[in-house]
Structures are given as structure tokens and as C-alpha cells.
Design a protein around this ligand. Sequence first.
Ligand SMILES: C[S@@+](CC[C@H](N)C(=O)[O-])C[C@H]1O[C@@H](n2cnc3c(N)ncnc32)[C@H](O)[C@@H]1O
Length: 285
Amino acid sequence: MSGAKTYFDIRRPLCENAGLPREFYPGAVNTAEHLHYYRQPQVVDLLLSDEMPIPATEDRENYYDDRHIEYWLSGYVDCCKMTRYLSAVGGRVRYLDFGGATGRVSRHVTRDPAKEVWLCDINVNWIEWVDRFFGRPIHAFQNRIQPSLPLEDKYFDLISAYSVFTHLDQDEIPWLLELRRILRPGGHLYLTVLDENVWDRLKDPAWEWLLRSISRGRNDEFLAERCREPLSERLVLEYSEAEAYNINTFLPRKYLQRKWGPLFSEIQFINDHHNYQTVVILKRP
Ligand SMILES: C[S@@+](CC[C@H](N)C(=O)[O-])C[C@H]1O[C@@H](n2cnc3c(N)ncnc32)[C@H](O)[C@@H]1O
């Protein structure tokens, strides 16, 4: 039923913020790619001068547990990789962080006042956090589960969706079309997916943590068995009873080329470009 209340409309008190980035400096960083950026003095300067608090782990989709500096860096690194695709034809540069949670990535984009930054998410609590704590200009709103956004056609130069299409089932193509509608011709969608590059690792014991994190106790045996075979078709694994954001989906590259490719003028894949996930870059004709 359109507009009905869902799990994502239930407000709960936000947790106390972890603190300002500089309070955790130098902090633990485990990922080689993040360390590479962390060694650059200008990155440390940005970290130390960031006046926006880091959300509590529970208020940032549990990203990086208590490694608050690594959480900050992960968003910074994603932002650096993505903003090569962010340019305007004239006027202001407009960016949307779709499913942006509490702004892990967009907090970094807002450090450039020349960029007009938007964020939307189905979870009302994440929008509450952004409204209360962002401290830099951003347009944030809660979108509904149904694939429709109250935004004008051809508005954005770049739209990202980090770990969002990994959780969409029947609304995958409608959401893709909706994002395409609000993108200007020549603009880019920057999405992350679970494809065969991720799939092929699941049978490796070194990646058992990933298999568990994807199957979430619901599909452990099925997935452990199934991942020995190649990923030949789209696969959806449900892990909760929520109305949305309740599945993990694997999308083989052949499927993406056949179903997503014709909707855009370019489709490009970059392996391991958002941690272990594959980034798909699509250009609007
Ligand atoms: C795994 S988290 C990733 C959060 C953020 N993109 C990041 O990289 O830090 C997925 C996010 O997508 C949001 N989400 C899931 N389905 C959505 C939908 N249909 N529309 C908007 N947001 C959605 C969730 O509420 C959650 O914040």
C-alpha cells in the first residue's frame, strides 16, 4: 500500500555520536587502500579540520565497528574515486547520495561549497541524523520504498548508490529507471553490486566472513553449497522480514549488460572498487 508506515518509519533515539574525527587520531586502520590515503599529509589535514561528528557505529549501518578513523577514511576514499565522474555542463555541480545513510561519503563531498549535495534514504533515523549533525549545507529527505523520488528530471550530474542495489529485488529496474530520469544527459550513475568477482571468492575459506555476512544465518548452508558453482543467473537471498532492504542480490555481469546496459550509453565495471564490491558506472544518453 503506497505511503503505508514501514519498519523504516519507526523513529528511535539516536545514539551519542562517537566524536569528532580528530578525537580518534591516529586510530586503527586495517585496509591497505585506506592506509595509502592516510599517509598523505593533506588527508590528515582534512581529517583534523573536519568539524562534523562521526556517528555512533549503530547510526552508520555498523560500518567499521569501533574503527572510527577507518570509517571516515572509507568515505573519503570512495569520494575521491567517485568525484572524477562529477562535473557539470554549466552552473553548479549537483550530486545525489542515494541510500546515503548518515553521509559516510557525502560528508566529504560537502567540503567543497561549489557542489550542491543531496542525500536520501528510506530510514527516517538517518535523515534525522543528517538534519541534526551535518553542519554543512546538504538537502536530505526520506524517500519511500516505492521507486519514486520527488525530484525534477535531468537534475543531477552524478548519483551514487553504495551498497543499495545489492539489496534491491523487484524494484531494481524501476529504481534504476527513476535514477536515470533525474540524471542529466551525459551524467553518471555510480553504483555498487555483488557480481561474479565477489561470488567467486565465496568458496575460498579466507573469505568465509563474507559468506556469513551475506547469508546472515538464513542461507548459510544453501550459499556454502551453491557458491561452488559459477554465478550463472541473478540470485536473491532474503535475510529478514522487513518490507525492503531485506535481501542480498548477486547480479552476474551478463545480466547487467543485458538488462542495465541498453538503458545507458556506457556501462563500465571496476572490480574491488568499493572494498570487495564491484562499481558499475553508467552514463545517461
Ligand atoms: C549497506 S547501507 C549503505 C549506506 C551508505 N550508502 C554507505 O555506503 O555508507 C544501505 C543503505 O541503503 C538504504 N536503502 C536501502 N534500500 C533503499 C531504498 N529503496 N531507497 C533508499 N535507501 C535505501 C538503507 O536504509 C541503508 O542506509
